[in-house]
Ligand binder design. Sequence first.
Ligand code: FES
Ligand code: FES
Length: 158
Amino acid sequence: MTTYSTTLSVNGIPYSLAFDASRNLLSVIRNEVGLTGTKEGCDDCECGACMVLLDGHPVNSCSYLAAQATGKEITTVEGLSSGDELHPIQRQLLDAGGVQCGFCTPGMIMSTDALLRRTPEPTDEDIRIGLSGNLCRCTGYAKIMEAVKATAVELSGS
Ligand code: FES
Ligand code: FES
């Protein structure tokens, strides 16, 4: 085992950490940083439940070495909202009924945030592509699409 010591910036807060160099980012976020909103599903880069943003880009944290995140800004679902207020993506998902078991939801939220920053007025095809790395077993996706479109309208103020 090779211990790696570093400082990771998560949601704007620096964490001084020491962990095995082979650990993935998901496990360090959940177990060392203590933020459990990011979920572990397949642990094999298939489901998107573990999606976080690295410098604004969505990444499957189960398949990314934590050590490689040094020097990057890591954003988890806990970092999107301010205080007790829900982020518009979170509220629109709830309003549309796009959350059932909720296991996929943090990953969906992170991918949606990245999508709407890149493409503020996405087409249905843009949304499908933007969320193509996120699997949901419960909702059939229609209500999630509805929520993403409503969020885009809300954020663009149109
Ligand atoms: S847990 Fe990372 S993609 Fe499924
Ligand atoms: S709401 Fe259950 S997996 Fe998406």
